[in-house]
Design a protein around this ligand. Structure first.
Ligand SMILES: [Mg+2]
Length: 243
């Protein structure tokens, strides 16, 4: 019985090429802090701390805490001047990165329809970003935060994709079991991996990321229109609109 749908954001609900977006984003952030540190040096620390955060499986520290712990170890004397600049970046400059993204309400309409069917909805974006940056990217896709039962950010999560611990934490938060959920994403290793737990998986075409020819498979593949047909024809559903 399908009761919840988990949506990835970048390259899934938001039409963008993740790799080129990350390049633009890290270039803009390192420029922002260039008065404090050489951009190349900052990027080196940023990638290091991000990698450590993604690897970390300590359930007592949020991703945000792990990230800043590693940043502080790398540049202990610069953290105090870095933090306000990074905050300002996410409040002001980050918005400008959305300028080239085509305005498209297709994904937000789909989410609303699926919500009306009574499914729980999760924005299961890899929680490596602050909430501000997630909410901003949601705005670019016209997504309404109120339509989601959970939005994963680096403040509220303790694990990252592709670790199954991330998906377990999501399930705990929405009180569901894997068998009742569908994960929708564009990344084979990060999103489709959850099939290993027994969750159903849907690979969204157009911006597929696949790093290696691994053993990961998925249940469905198609466009967001195909997903809509699949979900709206789904009869095995318990929810507030269940008939
Ligand atoms: Mg993605």
């Amino acid at each position: 019985m399908l009761r919840a749908v988990l949506f990835d954001l970048d390259g899934t609900l938001l039409p963008l090429d993740t790799r080129s977006f990350l390049k633009k984003y890290t270039a803009a952030l390192s420029k922002k802090i260039s008065a404090v540190m050489e951009p190349d040096e900052f990027l080196d620390h940023l990638f290091y701390a991000t990698e450590k955060m993604i690897e970390d499986l300590n359930s007592r520290m949020t991703n945000e805490e792990v990230f800043w712990m590693h940043m502080s170890q790398r540049v202990p004397d610069k953290i105090e001047t870095l933090l306000p600049l990074v905050n300002e970046f996410y409040e002001k400059d980050f918005k400008l990165l959305g300028r080239d993204i085509p305005a498209d309400t297709k994904a937000s309409e789909l989410v609303r329809k699926v919500k009306r069917k009574g499914f729980k909805i999760v924005l299961a974006t890899n929680p490596v970003f602050p909430e501000k940056a997630v909410l901003e990217r949601m705005r670019w896709a016209f997504l309404n935060p109120e339509d989601f039962d959970l939005i994963t950010t680096y403040e509220n999560m303790h694990f990252c994709k592709p670790h199954l611990e991330y998906y377990k934490e999501v399930l705990d938060k929405i009180n569901e079991v894997p068998e009742n959920c569908l994960m929708v994403g564009n990344d084979v290793e990060e999103d489709m991996v959850v099939k290993k737990m027994g969750m159903k998986t849907f690979l969204v075409e157009d911006f597929v990321i696949s790093r290696k020819n691994g053993s990961i498979s998925w249940d469905y593949q198609g466009t967001l229109e195909d997903l809509e047909k699949l979900l709206l024809s789904c009869q095995h559903l318990q929810g507030k609109d269940h008939r």
